[in-house]
Design a protein around this ligand. Structure first.
Ligand code: HAM
Length: 419
């Protein structure tokens, strides 16, 4: 057996540290702040669930269930899976906690998801999502509000101008069944031009052939019957209503009749905010309506709509690093100064200041360290300073030296931070 390395990450996983961790935190904090304005509260579901939570809901023919799940049997013999997405776990929680009487429920989450995909830029095996689920509203106004939340959030993260919204309707079951029939008839006439994957999909999930990226499939799809021509009156009305309201909100969108999404639980509206800046991994934020999911999982009939976005993809689109808060660095010289600085740092931190400690090395090295840690000032404390009660504060960006007394330290630091 090959031994696994002890000093490297598993393919498709990554550490978040310093600037990448800061970006992550910024995206998550901004998302929760925007979601709170729309009335969302947080939900945290477990990272692993019983495998059927996912396998029965996402669809046997979906890529996730057929080849991407991290499933295992635990020591008690239970068949478990690391969650590949957030919606099924949220609906499981909704059913288990009996939350129907709390409709409408607005739940927001963030956290890691796991899919055994081929890693590339913007596609990982452990990746992070933020997601929003609006449970218990049948009216298509809920779909519009959900898109409005996504639109506002992308703008607030500064990536809105790099994304475009595509929408489609896959209708209700009646519309989809009627459409599936004509689609299968059409593809059967062009079987020899379809890719091997699409041939397999023809019996399992022919709608997925519509969003194939294979050249031959794309050509066949050009003349394929259109889903929107097969929507029944109810489905068409809902979709038209959504388009009108999006226009009212001045949220630009394009109808993409080939957008069908890869998960089985969707009905009616499906949508994606895409970008042209990430190569083939162009979906930044994706979602849709999933009215049938709760019932499939043994819960009450429940209308619901939601979306999720990949944090790494949002992070790749974010141009500037979020500004890190800067600390003042205390540099003690000698034993007495060290214990003095420990007490001073404790007091400053209790008052809300960010404080770094220049622990060891000669003075010049410690000053260099303080600058490389992006501190805005260094306070040098030696025997002389302790006996006179007067300190030298060096502003690291400008090199300016300020003499001050201990009693004035907090006021001066506050002034510097506000500058
Ligand atoms: P999804 O399209 O599978 O939908 O994933 C949502 C988003 O997660 C994608 O748009 C993409 O940004 C990101 N993503 C997916 N796979 C990866 C990966 N391997 N690496 C990096 N990022 C990835 C869902 O997960 C549904 N639960 C969305 C939803 C919520 N629908 C209704 N409610």
């Amino acid at each position: 057996m090959q031994t696994s390395p002890t000093n490297q990450t598993v393919r498709g996983t990554h550490d978040l540290i310093f600037s990448s961790a800061r970006r992550y935190r910024h995206i998550v904090d901004t998302s929760f702040a925007v979601a709170a304005r729309y009335g969302y509260g947080e939900i945290k579901t477990p990272i692993f669930e019983f495998t059927p939570v996912f396998s029965r809901t996402l669809g046997d023919a979906s890529d996730i269930v057929s080849k991407e799940m991290y499933s295992f049997t635990d020591k008690g013999g239970d068949n478990l899976s690391l969650r590949p997405e957030g919606t099924a776990g949220v609906v499981r929680a909704y059913i288990e906690q009996g939350l129907k009487n709390q409709w409408p429920l607005k739940l927001f989450y963030e956290g890691p998801m796991f899919r055994y995909e081929r890693p590339q830029k913007g596609r990982y095996r452990q990746f992070y999502q933020i997601g929003a689920e609006l449970i218990g509203v049948e009216k298509p106004d809920a779909d519009v509000e959900t898109i409005s939340l996504a639109h506002t959030l992308l703008n607030e993260l500064g990536v809105g101008s790099k994304c475009y919204l595509e929408i489609n309707s896959i209708g209700d079951k009646e519309s989809r069944d009627a459409y599936r029939k004509v689609l299968v008839e059409y593809y059967s006439k062009h079987l020899e031009r379809l890719s091997e994957d699409s041939k397999k999909r023809l019996s399992l999930n022919p709608l997925r052939i519509l969003d194939s990226k294979e050249k031959g499939d794309i050509e066949v799809n050009r003349d394929a019957p259109k889903l929107l021509d097969h929507l029944n009156a109810v489905s068409r009305e809902k979709f038209e209503y959504i388009q009108k309201r999006l226009n009212d909100l001045k949220i630009p969108f394009k109808i993409n009749q080939h957008l069908v999404r890869g998960l089985d639980y969707y009905c009616h509206l499906v949508f994606e905010f895409r970008t042209s800046e990430l190569g083939s991994q162009d979906a930044v934020l994706s979602g849709g309506r999933y009215d049938g999911l709760s019932e499939i999982m043994g819960g009450p009939a429940t209308p619901a709509v939601g979306w999720a976005a990949g944090i790494e993809r949002l992070s790749l689109l974010t141009a500037a690093d979020p500004v890190a808060q800067r600390a003042v660095c205390l540099i003690p010289i000698g034993d007495k100064a060290e214990s003095y600085c420990l007490t001073l740092a404790h007091s400053l931190r209790q008052d809300g200041f960010l404080v770094d400690m220049g622990y060891s090395g000669n003075l010049s090295n410690r000053m260099k360290k303080a600058a490389s840690h992006n501190c805005y000032a260094a306070l040098i404390v030696g025997d002389n300073e302790l006996s006179t009660g007067e300190f030298g504060l060096k502003i690291l960006d400008s090199g300016e030296q300020i003499k001050l007394r201990e009693a004035d330290l907090k006021t001066k630091l506050r002034e510097l931070i506000l500058k």
